[in-house]
Design a protein around this ligand. Sequence first.
Ligand code: GLN
Length: 491
Amino acid sequence: MQLDTIETGRLTISNVRKGLASGGSAVALAERHYTSIEEQNCSVNAWLALSRERAMAQAERVDRQFLSDSNAANTAGPLAGVPIGIKDVLIMQGAPTTAASKILEGYQPPPPYDATVVARLEAAGAVLLGKLNCDEFAMGSSNENSAYGPVKNPRRLEHVPGGSSGGSAAAVAAGMCVTSLGSDTGGSIRQPASFCGVVGVLPTYSRVSRYGLIAFASSLDRVGPFGRNVRDAATMLGVIAGHDPLDATSSTRPVPNYVAELEASSTRPPGELRLGVPPEYFGEGLDPEVREAVETAIRKLGEKGCVIKPISLKHTRYAIPVYYVIATAEASANLARFDGVRYGYRAPDATTLSEMYRRTRDHGFGAEVKRRIMLGTYVLSAGYYDAYYKKAQQVRRLITQDFLDAFNEVDAIITPTAPTPAFLLGEKSDDPMAMYLADIYTVTANLAGISGISVPVGKSKADLPIGLQILGKHFDESTVFRVAQMVEDLQ
Ligand code: GLN
């Protein structure tokens, strides 16, 4: 296989591997991606920083390995030579890390260590191209909350790419990297994947280390991959998942070989799969074209032999308020550390300590981050704690129980990823409530700790991608990938 004859937007991890095995060069591949970034980033705005030196040094290592070892195709790491981008909420040694916020702009020195997921990617041979734009501190659904300007949807530039990992989805969709990492607290991997027409995975809570992830809401945050197909996403998850002694919350369960399981499952009968369809996710507010695309896919899965079962997730309507109480409460605590003393920006000319804190946070944080800190502080304050925060935790438990009950009857659940295709830039930016509703189908999985994926399921008449969401049991990513592969094969 000739690597340089394939457009960067069509490359997959297996193409890269075959290409390198037949004499292709990882250095040339990295250069082609940097050229693609140069050509497109002025319009898409997906990258905040490039780590060219580190990427080229790694690409040279990979090339040397393939030159010196004729068996490298079998012995090289699973991501050898694969150009990858990292959402800028993950720490990468030597690279500026901003979480797309002014409060961390120009922070010196740059991080002295790698997030565990970043280190694992590189150990698997990945070529890390740089840091990807996102909503400030991962708060948003459109990528319009970045202090460094919005990311544009490469499929149609006047539309948003989704958020908060909009840069990670857009860069894969536009051929500026082969795969990427994002983070998902309430939908931030799945929703942009659906808007940009790529695959995005929400791993089970604790499946992937959060060491080196800038915290937004610690009980909801996950790190996960984007890819152009289900197999690439499965390969990525296999590399980053698994226990990390540096993250006490990371699970010690062994990590399955997701790709091998995916291959093995392709010969198993679809009739053993029971797929649940919850009416709560197909109600008011669902765009007719999204409904049509998702229902068509469900019908075809049924025709292939899967058992399609209606199920009920009856507390779904409380998910958005519960999420915005819990996520903001945790965010207000996590963001207290950005105080002008320990990290980044400090307001000049303050005469007292409290004035310094106030001015630093006032100048450093954007409007959405401030809104969330205020809301979170409010729901945690003495007089309101029981009424809001405690109540939200109780309802969170009910939402989780809905899923546990459903998973007694079905192996996976199918829903739309988002109620609409990508909306226009500016369309919802003045209306936080409308923006929050973009996550109506995704926040439940974060509240319940379960696994999920968004996989492309066609396009709207306006040529915008539509995503289908599959939700799976805790630690059952293998079934999620299996169903996702079947959906991908329908396209
Ligand atoms: N859009 C949601 C929010 O604004 C989810 C964000 C995320 O998953 N990081 O909070």
